[in-house]
Design a binder for this molecule. Structure first.
Ligand code: FAD
Length: 449
């Protein structure tokens, strides 16, 4: 097992802290790290795609799980896969798609481990119909504070605390996941421009169960009557019989884009207010009013940013802060107010995405709840950013909503209980299971989890 001292950040590259990083190659090595942890505790880390400080542990230990990456078995009849927690979703897709199976939930990047997908209980563009990752986890093996391995099943308290539990109940070693069948690796994609936020909301609300995937890009720099304008994208899997005969033999081919590298292809700090406004204008104008049935490969549809190496560095040396919140149906006015606040201040918000969530899942600290969710990034060096986001937190909490902890790097603990009503149960379970606080992270200290 390799061990080194490193400075770690989340994907937003803010708040670096140093930790002792262990990279176990076996479950036994992982258990030895948990048993031999120091006073600052330990937390698991996957591919570091959480934007904030969920997978770092200042002065303590971090278990880098990426060497535990075996796909142990695929049941191609029942549609399940058993794999180590360090396997990336991208690798799973590369293995499963040619067999005619797909992950029922995938976030907007494939460079996420199964352990990270469980720790953050990730959601995709189909939350309305498929729920979050938790709904498809059939069982998992959890290394707990006493160094023992427990099998955790849906319906138990430990499952509720672990799915979305940000690595604070233990280290997920492996999981059994349910899959969804597909007959091609193609999507049929419809796009439609909307002139303002109401237009975007109406188009998203009109998506029924026949449109499993739907999301909208929002231009958060457009003002006046165009405030909240955007492009709504909807998709569904293409069935085999929709392909011409000559294309059917290769229908399940998986062709991913390049792996994002640490080297920036986008010059650092390029995307300030003016370039972002220009890109938004080009994107909005460049989209036809309505376009239907465009074929797209699965990686291009689900993970468009994965083929743009270094894009995140365009937000500047100070890094970026990601903000994602959800508010319930009937709270559209809060959504409007927040969008207006961002546009009036001319915030160079990038990659703003609006989606609809369906029913909540079993995870006690899981983010998705029925209603609307908006996510966007802002340069961390933006003047007045901390105050602005504090105000947004208060608006969201007052509307009965919540912010996403996996993306967060700056929420204050005071609003957490209002946003996450099952927090007391989570704390109580942690108190029993891990009385010495073996599992800790910068986020858990900041939010007193
Ligand atoms: C470009 C981009 C797009 C994204 N799109 C989405 C999206 O559409 N939907 C969405 O929900 N999220 C999205 N995310 C966030 C991302 O999916 C989550 O933060 C995910 O948890 C990252 O997985 P990871 O393997 O990188 O884990 P890390 O970032 O390393 O860790 C995340 C959390 O999981 C815990 N964890 C990791 N491994 C384990 C383990 N083996 N056992 C226990 N706990 C563990 C960590 O302790 C930490 O709390 C996106 C992120 C990026 C960068």
């Amino acid at each position: 097992m390799s061990v080194d001292t490193v400075s770690l950040t989340g994907w937003g590259r803010t708040s670096p802290t140093a930790a002792l990083r262990f990279r176990p190659r076996t479950y036994e090595e992982a258990a030895a790290v948990v048993r031999g942890r120091g006073p600052r505790g330990v937390v698991a880390r996957g591919l570091g795609r959480a934007h904030g400080d969920a997978a770092q542990n200042a002065g303590g230990s971090v278990l880098d799980m990426t060497a535990l990456d075996r796909i142990r078995s695929v049941d191609a009849v029942a549609g399940t896969v058993v794999c180590d927690a360090g396997v990336s979703l991208r690798r799973l897709l590369a293995t499963l798609l040619p067999l005619g199976w797909f992950l029922p939930v995938t976030p907007a990047t494939g460079h996420v481990t199964v352990g990270g997908a469980i720790g953050s209980d990730v959601h995709g563009r189909n939350h309305r119909t498929a729920g979050s990752f938790a709904r498809h986890v059939r069982s998992l093996e959890l290394l707990t504070a006493d160094g023992e391995v427990r099998t955790v099943l849906p319906g138990t308290d430990l499952f509720g605390a672990t799915l979305g539990g940000l690595g604070l109940t233990g280290v997920v070693l492996s999981a059994t996941l349910g899959l969804r069948p597909v007959t091609t690796s193609l999507m049929s994609v419809d796009t439609a421009r909307a002139a303002d936020l109401d237009g975007v909301l109406a188009r998203l609300a009109a998506c029924g169960d026949g449109t499993p995937y739907a999301a909208a890009w929002i231009d958060l720099l457009a003002r006046g009557r165009s405030t909240g304008r955007g492009v709504v994208t909807r998709g569904e899997h293409v069935p085999l019989d929709a392909l011409p005969a000559h294309a059917r033999r290769t229908a399940l081919t998986f062709r991913p884009g390049p792996v994002p590298s640490a080297r920036a292809l986008v010059p650092e700090g390029l995307l300030g207010r003016a370039p972002t406004a220009l890109l938004n204008e080009l994107r909005h104008r460049g989209t036809p009013a309505v376009r239907t049935r465009q074929p797209q490969r699965i990686p291009a549809f689900f993970h468009p940013l994965d083929s743009a190496p270094g894009w995140s560095r365009g937000r500047g040396r100070a890094g970026s802060v990601q903000y994602q919140f959800t508010v319930g149906h009937g709270q559209e006015e809060t959504l409007h107010r927040i969008v207006r606040q961002l546009t009036v201040r001319r915030c160079p918000a990038f990659h703003a995405v609006l989606k609809r969530f369906g029913e909540s899942g079993p995870g006690w600290l899981s983010f998705p709840a029925p209603g609307w969710t908006l996510s966007f990034g802002l340069p961390a060096g933006l003047p007045g950013l901390a105050r602005l986001l504090d105000v947004l937190d208060e608006e969201v909490a007052a509307a009965g909503g919540r912010v996403c902890l996996a993306k967060d790097a700056r929420l204050r603990p005071g609003l957490l209980a209002a946003m996450y009503p099952r927090l007391p149960e989570f704390r109580a379970l942690r108190g029993e299971l891990d009385p010495e606080g073996a599992f800790r992270s910068d986020l858990s200290r900041r939010l007193v989890l």
